[in-house]
Design a protein around this ligand. Structure first.
Ligand SMILES: Nc1ncnc2c1ncn2[C@@H]1O[C@H](COP(=O)(O)OP(=O)(O)O)[C@@H](O)[C@H]1O
Ligand SMILES: [Mg+2]
Length: 497
């Protein structure tokens, strides 16, 4: 089924949902850059700090190692034997930090001591000794985790002959410095990013506000009906003197575009007004001469009985054409007046009686059609709307005249009336041949006619539906049509208040 709407609104592209606003994008990109940058700086800082702390530790280790070597008498490359004194004496010297470990390895096996926090010494377990003495390659310094209560250590090895002296210092302080600095840096970075994010969001919002105003103004224009009448388009608010150059350019470009468009619409409105006034004046002026032509031709035809047949026919034609022209002029005048926005009267109208009378009149005018209307169909209550009774009557007369004129004899025309809380609906249905689908979209336009040769003879002006549409529109209602062969409905919806 095809349908035509009284007024087709401008086609709008729905805004895409779920797409990030420009503001969010800019802030997200800035925040991402800041996070990446601070992450990189923190990583580089921590790595180089760790390297320099380990270098320091290695220095300490080497110093401790050479002192142990000297004290133990293992100075020369070929100095044989074990430590000069026992390990406890070697490690428990001045300046040795607590946690230091000393391990001695020779052919008879490995032994080692740990300098505890209270500077007492403790023998290392076999498990710890295995971890410390195994896995050495060329490098004299490496990290080992001896386990069994000892954390990560840095060890340095010195070998003389078949004897090795390994000294170790705990990595705990290095690790602690790095981790606490890392945590501090992360906290500062998070706080910094948050503050930066808020500031950036505020700043970007502030800078983009004029663009939002432009978008608001553009949306306002998209919602303004531009098809006819006087058009008022809103300018976008001018940005402040400190706004970015591009924004100022955009806003002023937008506003001058609005000025141009407004001027064009004003020119169109003025010329529409002129045409309307001309049509209104011309039809008004034509009424009197037309009435005279009609009157005189009728008079002459009645008075002169001896007129030749041809002259009588000609007078009859003059009379019928002047009637048709009077109808056309009346329709044009009415349309011009509705277009001018001439006030409709506003009073309660009993639609049931109005429809009932109109159907009865139509039945008299078209006795060869079947006319159906049951005023009782919705129960006893009358349907009432607020509006102009004369104009509403014209709507019904035009619709019923169409159903009579544009359908063949024997067609059934059924009229129904219904209402809900806010709307009253009149439907005029006929089972005639229907309206061609290609004609439907332009049906309510002025001078829209189907088969001109067929309808012209029957007093068709092509203005009937345009008038209905204008009257219904002026009442705040809507006119719709659906049509296919054998099933044509014109539906008028009128607001009750
Ligand atoms: N009930 C109908 N059945 C078939 N065609 C119709 C019907 N009503 C209107 N039309 C078509 O719509 C055209 C426009 O109608 P209208 O504006 O009233 O002008 P007019 O009746 O003066 O021709 C008609 O010429 C006719 O072709
Ligand atoms: Mg008509």
């Amino acid at each position: 089924m095809t349908s035509a709407q009284a007024a087709e609104g401008p086609t709008k592209t729905a805004p895409r949902k779920h797409s990030w606003s420009l503001r969010t994008r800019i802030v997200a990109a800035l925040a991402f850059t800041v996070i990446l940058l601070s992450g990189t700086i923190a990583a580089i800082g921590l790595t180089s700090l760790q390297a320099s702390l380990i270098q320091q530790l290695d220095g300490g280790l080497r110093a401790l190692s050479s002192r142990v070597m000297v004290t133990s008498g293992m100075t020369g490359p070929d100095t044989p034997g074990g430590p000069g004194g026992d390990l406890v004496q070697l490690i428990d010297g001045p300046g040795v930090a607590s946690g230091a470990v000393l391990v001695h390895v020779d052919a008879s096996g490995a032994s080692g001591v740990l300098l505890e926090e209270d500077f007492s010494t403790k023998q290392l377990s076999a498990e710890q000794l295995t971890a410390i003495t195994s896995g050495w390659s060329d490098t004299p310094t490496r990290n080992i985790t001896p386990g069994d209560g000892l954390g990560d250590y840095r060890f340095h090895i010195e070998q003389r002959g078949g004897v090795a002296m390994i000294v170790g210092l705990p990595l705990a302080s290095v690790e602690q410095t790095i981790s606490s600095l890392g945590i501090n840096m992360a906290l500062v970075a998070i706080a910094g990013c948050l503050v930066f994010g808020f500031l950036a969001a505020w700043y970007v919002r502030h800078e983009l506000r004029p663009l939002e105003k432009v978008a608001d103004a553009a949306e306002g224009i998209a919602e303004t009906p531009l098809e006819r009448g006087e058009v008022h388009l809103q300018h976008a608010e001018e940005p402040g003197p400190n706004a970015a150059g591009e924004v100022t350019r955009l806003v002023s470009g937008f506003n001058s575009m609005i000025d141009q468009v407004t001027q064009a619409f004003r020119a169109r409105h003025d010329s529409e007004e002129k045409v309307r006034r001309f049509v209104s004046d011309a039809s008004h002026e034509l009424r009197t001469p037309l009435a005279s032509i009609r009157g005189y031709s009728e008079l002459t035809r009645r008075m002169s009985l001896e007129l030749p047949k041809d002259a009588e026919y000609a007078l009859g034609r003059i009379e019928s054409e002047s009637v048709r022209m009077t109808d056309l002029v009346e329709d044009l005048l009415l349309l011009a007046r509705i277009d001018e926005g001439q006030e409709l009267t506003s009073q309660p109208v009993d639609l049931t009686t109005l429809v009932s009378d109109a159907v009865n009149d139509a039945a008299v005018a078209g006795p060869d059609h079947e006319w159906l209307f049951d005023p009782e169909q919705n129960g006893a209550g009358a349907v009432t709307v607020t509006g102009d009774p004369a104009r509403l009557q014209q709507v019904l007369v035009n619709l019923l005249a169409n159903a009579r004129i544009h359908t063949p004899e024997g067609t059934t025309v059924s009229v129904s009336l219904s209402e809900d809380t806010n709307w009253a609906t009149v439907c005029v249905h006929d089972d005639g041949p229907g309206i061609p689908a290609e004609q439907l979209p332009k049906l309510f336009e002025r001078f829209a006619r189907g088969d001109a040769s067929r309808t012209r003879a029957t007093g068709s002006t092509g203005l009937g539906l345009a008038i209905i549409d204008a009257i219904v529109g002026a009442h705040g209602g809507e006119l719709r049509v659906t049509s296919e062969p054998g099933d044509t409905s014109f539906i008028v919806r009128l607001p009750k208040k």
